[in-house]
Design a protein around this ligand. Structure first.
Ligand SMILES: Cc1ncc(COP(=O)(O)O)c(C=O)c1O
Length: 401
């Protein structure tokens, strides 16, 4: 099994030179130099609107095609079903408007209390607007495990929106089981994979979901969003569009001119992920395979660090953690006895440790856990996190006891 060469990985991120220990990566990962260079190079190379004639037109076209192929390789999707947008939030609002056009009174939509609000509010708002019923799926407040989806499914369920991983407490629900149950009643499944993709090898087909959303800035890329679906499903949906814009799939889901330079950065980010474990072979395997190898190494690295972190936290009587799902990302929500989250955030910050406190927009989860809208301190590991980072965090929290 190939493991990460952590020193090599860390050297790729110039921001780490400031010496801070970063636990705020669930809010957005650091960016490697290769991604920044791809963005800058594309911007200055000369870009026109996409087209077949001039080099700058062809460049724009190639950038888009390459980015669709890259995101498809990252999640095991079909490049013809990759849609780009301003953010996951924006894409989900647009998708909700499109799908809700086919819903009416009596139809039902399932959302979870574990999800980030970007995978809750668009569905709730649009369901209410068309008179459809919202069914809420909770989670166990102690373990953080999602409740049984079959409790809220029915013949009229049209959509189940579920997270691949909670950005608040790390729970990774059994998405394949949720998708199978939803499909058994004829519902579509929308997966928020924003917090899953940076931490796991993702396979859209194996998960069995219909629509998968992710955000490249969480996996070392630039700030925009992507939605991945089967081209056949996209062909059946009719989003609002301008008169002269193309009706082709996936373009008809993309509003206005795409951010070509950011898409080039996203391709570079996927290439970076694929090379996290370098292939020594003279003829390297296909990128999809290299992604899977690299992400398996990331999972092992993060799991080892998470064990070290949880072990340290477990011995601190003044620290309380939330959630302990069987499958989870290395993302821990914690409270320090007698201290407001903001105080802990500032104390750690003064020690060179980034660990903010908030509900992180998983506001339903925060309220469900009894943390109100203030939330708590979130510490999230990333592929570039080190044992030294974890030990510094533990020492910083220990000093609050
Ligand atoms: C789990 C999860 N879903 C959705 C989002 C929203 O993504 P975007 O910023 O691309 O709209 C985030 C952002 O933090 C997230 O963590």
């Amino acid at each position: 099994m190939d493991d990460l060469d952590l020193e090599r990985v860390r050297r790729a991120f110039p921001a780490l030179a400031d010496g801070r220990a970063r636990f705020d990566s669930p809010g957005g990962s650091l960016t490697p130099t290769v991604v920044a260079e791809a963005v800058a190079d594309t911007l200055v190379a000369g870009l026109s609107n996409r087209g077949p004639v001039n080099p700058s037109e062809r460049r724009a076209d190639e950038v888009v095609t390459a980015a669709r192929a890259a995101v498809a390789d990252l999640v095991g999707g079909d490049p013809r079903g990759v849609v780009f947008g301003r953010s996951m939030t924006e894409l989900t609002w647009s998708l909700a408007r499109t799908l809700a056009a086919g819903w009416g009174p009596g139809d039902e939509v399932v959302v979870t209390r574990l999800d980030h609000d970007a995978d809750v509010r668009p569905w709730v708002t649009l369901a209410e607007r068309v008179g459809a019923t919202v069914r809420w799926l909770g989670f166990d407040r102690v373990t953080g495990e999602l409740d049984d989806v079959t409790d809220v499914l029915g013949e009229r369920t049209r959509l189940v929106a579920v997270t691949g991983a909670s950005n608040l407490i790390g729970t990774r629900p059994d998405v394949a089981a949720v998708a199978a149950a939803a499909h058994a009643v004829g519902a579509l499944v929308h997966l928020d994979a924003v917090h899953l993709v940076p931490h796991a090898a993702v396979d859209l087909t194996a998960l069995g979901v219909d629509l998968l959303a992710c955000s490249p800035y969480k996996f070392f890329g630039p700030h925009h969003g992507a939605l991945v679906a089967s081209p056949d499903l996209l062909e059946r949906l009719r989003p609002d569009k301008l008169l002269p814009s193309t009706d082709a799939v996936p373009e008809r889901f993309e509003l206005g001119t795409l951010p070509y330079e950011l898409l080039a950065g996203t391709t570079a980010a996927v290439d970076f992920v694929a090379a996290l474990v370098p292939s020594g072979a003279a003829e390297p395997p296909a990128r999809r395979e290299r992604v899977l190898t690299s992400m398996a190494a990331v999972e092992r690295h993060e799991a080892a660090l998470l064990a070290r972190l949880l072990d340290g936290l477990g011995s601190m009587g003044h620290v309380r953690t939330h959630g302990r799902a069987a499958r989870r990302t290395p993302t821990v929500l914690l409270e320090v006895e007698g201290r407001a989250g903001r105080e802990v955030h500032e104390h750690l910050g003064s020690l060179g440790i980034n660990a903010p406190a908030s509900n992180f927009y998983a506001i339903e989860a925060s309220r469900w856990l009894g943390l109100g809208d203030a939330g708590a301190v979130r510490v999230g590991l990333a592929a570039y996190s080190s044992e030294d980072d974890v030990d510094r965090l533990l020492a910083g929290l220990d000093s609050l006891g």
